[in-house]
Design a protein around this ligand. Sequence first.
Ligand SMILES: Cc1cc2nc3c(=O)[nH]c(=O)nc-3n(C[C@H](O)[C@H](O)[C@H](O)COP(=O)(O)O)c2cc1C
Length: 358
Amino acid sequence: MKLGGQTLPNRLVLPPLTRSRAQDDGVPTPIMVEYYRQRAGAGLVISEGTVVSAQGASYARVPGLYSDAQVDGWRPVVAAARSCGAIVYAQLWHVGRQAHSSVQPDGCPPWGPSPVAITGWQYRSPHGRIPFEVPRELSEEAIAEIVAQFAVAARNAVAAGFDGVELHAANGYLFDQFLNSSSNRRTDRYGGSVENRLRFLHEVIDAVSAETRINRIGVRISPSSTWMDVFDPDKRGIYSELVRGISERGLAYLHLVEPGIAGSLDTNPQDGAIESAELGSLFDGPVIVTGGHTPRTAAAAVGAGSADLVGFGRLFIANPDLPRRIQAGAELADLRQKGLYGGGPAGYTDYPELQSSN
Ligand SMILES: Cc1cc2nc3c(=O)[nH]c(=O)nc-3n(C[C@H](O)[C@H](O)[C@H](O)COP(=O)(O)O)c2cc1C
């Protein structure tokens, strides 16, 4: 299997998994080197969500790619991730309206395409349960600044040793907020028609492709998810157009989150869920599917030709040597909730590897 002109050692993917072990300033830490080294048996390693600016961050201790110290911190992590021959991509992330004034550099509400808050509550230390805020509407100049931040982050990713970057256009974050009409009420050239709502993504691809080749950019989408209030009466139309567009441009891969996943959790697929095979067939290149897969369903998806590569999120957290276990037909360990986000080695680097019998 080839991806971006590089040969993958296998079809297993470590998908992006936020684990909140970076420093408070977004610099990767030595324990992250160990975590990625343990999971280096994947064919493709995609980093945890990595923010392009402080403004684009929401959660504590997520890594960034916007400072020299962050680039230096990533170098040993990337080297560890490729120690068994994996291809390594950085997932570039801006959370948009999912952030909060308490973590914005200027202490004001977060930014989004339109001043529409997510309904419901969020849990945010040290405030506890609080409502989401009405975001500030991004001006065209502010959008251009974010586009430029993605380009700098991509340049930094290359400097840190990554083979390419994945744009995080899934799970209701900033790209997704532009794509869906519930969060994008704009009447300028970034809102209204599908072409306009896709503009931000294509501008970022333009800018990033000046820093890394176009076939080293992947895009991740969750076309069936409404998690974090991203609704639209025509999701099929929007995401089909998106996939056709990135296919024509020759991107590295399409990464699809399967229906039945809401962010990091399982959910009942909604009526009108869009099958990955349907969108995947519109992409002329490698298609990755992630979400709820077991080794058996993954083999079936690849065998049926509906996917080229399969991501295992929670299974890869609990089984650092997942490819070896699958090959050996060994039992798979269960995920522990404790230590999923933040903390030290417990629940992070202390999942045991398979004991070899000789
Ligand atoms: C702890 C955790 C953190 C996650 N962080 C990210 C992230 O940073 N970026 C992203 O696109 N998806 C993230 N996800 C979603 C996973 O990439 C994946 O889509 C999801 O877990 C479903 O796959 P699975 O059923 O194989 O676990 C996260 C999931 C979990 C469990």
